[in-house]
Design a protein. Structure first.
Length: 100
């Protein structure tokens, strides 16, 4: 990630398409996410095509289940630094996390 390189800090990017997180990894992400767990689920055209609605991802358990079933619904980028996890949108959030 260019921002991490610019700041000279370590950060982990979750490459969910190449190596999707398993159940334990998703639970860890949800537990350390600074945003509401439901924000980890993308509400895009695939979400609608699958017939999902807000009730399908309101609890941490539901978020993990939905992402395990449909990895493409995982919001991105997810940035991990230490035990802190954020969704990197807008990009300025990534810089804020990495500058701390």
């Amino acid at each position: 990630m260019r921002i991490a390189d610019e700041l000279g800090v370590d950060a982990e990017i979750i490459l969910y398409q190449k190596a999707p997180p398993d159940r334990d990894e998703l639970w860890w992400l949800v537990a350390h996410l600074e945003d509401p767990p439901a924000d980890l689920v993308r509400k895009d055209s695939l979400f609608k095509k699958l017939g999902l609605d807000e009730a399908d991802h309101q609890t941490p358990e539901a978020v993990v289940d939905v992402i395990l079933q449909h990895k493409m619904l995982m919001q991105r980028p997810v940035v991990v630094r230490g035990d802190r996890v954020i969704i990197g949108r807008p990009k300025e959030r990534v810089r804020e996390l990495l500058e701390r």
